[in-house]
Design a binder for this molecule. Structure first.
Ligand SMILES: Nc1ncnc2c1ncn2[C@@H]1O[C@H](COP(=O)(O)OP(=O)(O)OP(=O)(O)O)[C@@H](O)[C@H]1O
Length: 252
């Protein structure tokens, strides 16, 4: 198997006496949809914060695309293609869907200026930016809402736009924190379809409580309990894992 896109190696994060991340080890392979699950308080958010760069680990390493990013700032991680949806960019409710996406594209491109002069020139082309914004809107199922203000979108559509904002920067890895949260069944279904459709374009690491969605979407599931990854594998494997049943599913 080729080197993983993301390797979280023995990560530790302590809050006072509590090890919220307790030697957690996790590998995300290129192109996969990887779900991180676990009971309430297991440390999922804390782990995602460390991967995105919002929190600094006390021990361990984070290796992304062959580079050690353990101490790299969040915006530099985003520039390298490790993007957390909902945090790097946020929805401007008074702007249209297209303007929101065009801004995200511009932000992503201007970060690339250091490495690619050609890319920078392209970023100056407003026409190209807006064409790409329309393309991304279509990708996330918002082509009909392109000229609507983001504030007028339904909850589910706003979450679709948030995925679009992350996608606009063409990330190698997207971190998604509970993309189905607060959605009704129809909206959830649309989000599952959308995330499915990203397979092959990017790699996804998502935290999600909706087990039905997780079992449908994920190629690999990692189960976090008390800050440790106690199991990792396909939905079938995880469903039949005795330790997982005890620690996680029994908790539902
Ligand atoms: N800033 C903090 N200071 C102190 N303790 C914290 C802090 N952040 C998280 N914790 C504790 O760390 C543990 C893990 O929390 P975390 O939010 O990462 O879990 P989680 O798996 O995301 O939970 P949930 O599924 O309920 O969102 C919990 O016991 C929590 O109380």
């Amino acid at each position: 198997m080729s080197a993983p896109l993301l390797h979280v190696d023995n990560l530790v994060k302590r809050f006072g006496g509590l090890a919220a991340t307790d030697h957690a080890t996790l590998q995300v392979q290129r192109g996969e949809i990887h779900a991180l699950i676990g009971p309430n308080g297991a440390g999922k958010t804390t782990l995602i914060h460390q991967i995105s760069g919002a929190l600094a680990p006390d021990e361990g390493r984070i290796v992304f695309d062959g580079a050690d990013l353990t101490h790299t700032a969040m915006h530099q991680r985003a520039h390298l293609g490790l993007v957390r949806s909902y945090q790097i960019t946020s929805v401007f409710t008074r702007l249209t869907v297209q303007d929101n996406l065009a801004l995200a594209i511009q932000a992503g491109n201007s970060q690339a200026v250091e490495t690619s002069f050609k890319f920078w020139r392209a970023a100056r082309s407003e026409h190209a930016r807006y064409a790409r914004a329309a393309e991304v809107a279509e990708r996330v199922g918002l082509q009909a809402q392109l000229m609507q203000s983001a504030g007028a979108l339904s909850h589910g559509e706003q979450r679709q736009l948030e995925v679009g904002l992350a996608l606009a920067t063409s990330p190698k890895l997207m971190l998604l924190d509970e993309p189905m949260a607060g959605m009704g069944p129809d909206e959830s279904e649309r989000m599952v379809q959308l995330l499915q459709s990203l397979r092959g374009d990017t790699t996804l690491l998502l935290v999600e409580h909706d087990m039905d969605a997780v079992f449908r979407l994920a190629d690999t599931i990692s189960v976090l309990v008390s800050g440790q990854v106690i199991a990792c594998g396909t939905a079938e494997k995880i469903k039949n894992d005795a330790a997982v049943k005890r620690a996680y599913l029994g908790d539902e």
